[in-house]
Design a protein around this ligand. Structure first.
Ligand code: AMP
Length: 187
């Protein structure tokens, strides 16, 4: 299965992606994690990306797309993947579609994690990541609304909206239910 996860910062995408990765036997590819690893190891890519992560801004598409292209070419991603944090705008979605089409593949679903703002702020403030300071959170929410939320329309045909308030287990169940529906749907 080839899935993308969409939702505001703090929606629980990363937590669910890690669980679903084990359930579905496909790798969890998080662009935020990839960037954070590069930053931690002071690689050239990490040095380029750091200022954007610190500000809660999107890393430029060229840098991000190149990183994703390389990651998707690795053997473990050939049979499917859960993309967490990519695409973040319509340009990235177009690049993803082209990458997949080159191998004769398509996305199976776009999972939207739907949560109210007050829930995400509480979750983010308890997480303690360096880009979880309150003003950076606000900026990331704004970036989500202006750049990422348009993907919900872009992926209208593939969209499965998950009510993402509740326990981790409840939300996993809802996702698996939504995916069963997809698995049964005629192509
Ligand atoms: P995340 O872990 O998904 O919350 O991402 C953390 C940070 O990494 C974001 O605030 C951006 O600075 C950067 N980032 C992650 N994914 C992308 C992407 N697809 N495009 C641009 N920047 C990204």
């Amino acid at each position: 299965m080839r899935l993308v996860l969409i939702g505001p910062p703090g929606a629980g995408k990363g937590t669910q992606a890690a669980i679903l990765s084990a359930e579905l036997g496909i790798p969890h590819l998080s662009t935020g994690e990839l960037f954070r690893t590069h930053v931690a190891h002071h690689t050239p890519l990490g040095r380029q990306a750091k200022e954007y992560l610190d500000a809660g801004a999107l890393v430029p598409d060229r840098i991000t797309n190149d990183m994703v292209r390389e990651r998707l070419a690795e053997p473990d991603a050939q049979a499917g993947f859960l993309l967490d944090g990519f695409p973040r705008n319509v340009t990235q979605a177009d690049v993803l579609a082209e990458l997949l089409a080159a191998d004769g593949h398509v996305l199976d679903a776009a999972l939207e994690f739907d949560v109210p703002d007050d829930v995400v702020v509480t979750r983010l403030l308890s997480r303690g990541r360096p880009d979880d300071a309150e003003e950076v959170i606000r900026h990331r929410q704004q970036v989500y609304r202006s750049q990422t939320a348009p993907l919900l329309t872009h992926y209208a045909d593939l969209l499965r909206t998950i009510h993402a308030v509740g326990s981790v287990e409840e939300i996993t169940e809802r996702v698996l239910e939504a995916l069963k529906v997809i698995a049964r749907a005629p192509k």
